[in-house]
Design a protein around this ligand. Structure first.
Ligand SMILES: [Zn+2]
Length: 352
């Protein structure tokens, strides 16, 4: 009997060493147990192997019952702990009020449970996400994951500005749109996707180009801007409006196999876009995705990083990409981070 127990312990430790999930290790041990139990019933009394394995099924059945009881207790303990963490976070979110009186309904608490469990977000961070107003510029390759992940994360109000319509050639990377919504303005297609994902999010679609005449008023209406636009002119308009109204911008860009992300925020000591890119690129120097091509999953990566930086910015978790530009080289699967600084002679943020 001892040898079987040693085998079970050996299986567990080997699985642990090899990084096998707990469930897979439990299944292996359960299979061993079933095999031994089968032998106890199959072999005649007095058979040497049966004698060596305990002499009968009784001790094995007792061991199995004890094992099941321990497993059930372990699971129950995990559930109780999870429920306690959620309730504690709900109390945080409601400033000490009971969960029912807090800002979140029971279904929202369940929806955001994995966030609320995180020490760096918790109930307070989730409440900040709900109260946040984020403007997403562009509902294309970068805007797709940004909108989907921010909606899933529970950002309460999402503005989305884009003047384009869904085209078949977009669908290779712009995962928020669908084949059936071809020809529909992207902002309305995005609104439909967000509504299907999370009905607790209010979407404000602006089916138009973000131009200088309206940019400052629009940007000032939001706490944070996520710029997923694909032209220097639009980024310049976003940058000027954000600097003027003191709003941080999560900026991202992609071309072919490379992408980059940073947080622009002169009011918070970080550079603005014009500090890094003071002049518009010469014709042909920065080709668009339509001209140069772009690999499908890259905007998914960079857009997800932008959504992650937005969540950090809103909740105050971790160290934001302020003053750092993260460059992702997808072709060689390499990343590097370069320090970036405000420029005293910047034409946009130099005198603030
Ligand atoms: Zn600047």
């Amino acid at each position: 009997m001892l040898i079987v127990i040693l085998m079970a312990v050996g299986l567990w430790l080997l699985g642990r060493f090899m990084g096998t999930p707990v469930q897979a290790r439990l299944i292996m041990i359960a299979l061993l147990y079933v095999a031994v139990l089968f032998l106890q019933f199959a072999l005649a009394p007095g058979h040497p192997l049966r004698e060596q394995l305990g002499g009968g099924p009784a001790p094995w059945l007792i061991l199995g019952a004890v094992g099941l009881a321990v497993l059930a207790y372990w699971r129950l303990l995990g559930r109780v702990r999870g429920r306690a963490a959620t309730l504690e976070a709900a109390r945080d979110a409601g400033d000490g009020r009971a969960a029912q009186d807090g800002p979140f309904s029971d279904v929202e608490l369940e929806r955001y449970a994995r966030h609320i469990t995180l020490r760096e977000i918790g109930g307070l961070g989730q409440r900040r996400l709900k109260e946040a107003r984020v403007l997403v510029v562009g509902a294309g390759g970068l805007g797709s994951p940004v909108l989907l992940y921010l909606a899933a994360a529970g950002v309460g109000t999402l503005g989305v500005v884009d003047d384009d319509a869904v085209d078949l050639s977009n669908l290779q990377r712009q995962v928020i749109h669908t084949d059936a919504r071809g020809g529909m303005p992207k902002v309305f297609s995005a609104q439909a996707a967000v509504a299907a994902l999370n009905p607790h999010v209010a979407v404000r679609p602006y089916h138009r180009r973000l131009t200088e005449d309206i940019a400052e008023a629009m940007v000032a209406d939001y706490d944070l801007i996520v710029d997923g636009s694909d032209s220097f002119d639009t980024r310049d308009v976003v940058n000027r409006a954000a600097v003027a109204s003191g709003r941080p911008v999560i900026g991202g860009a992609i071309t072919q196999w490379e992408g980059q992300v940073t947080v622009y925020d002169p009011a918070g000591g970080a550079p603005c876009m014009a500090c890094l890119f003071p002049r518009a690129p010469r014709p042909g120097q920065a080709p668009t995705c339509a001209e140069a091509g772009v690999v499908g999953a890259l905007p998914g990566l960079i857009g997800s990083l932008m959504a992650l930086e937005a969540i950090k910015e809103i909740t105050g978790a971790g160290t934001p990409l302020r003053g750092r530009l993260l460059i992702w080289d997808a072709l060689d699967a390499e990343t590097r981070t370069v320090r970036v600084k405000r420029r005293a002679d910047c034409a946009v943020c130099g005198d603030i």
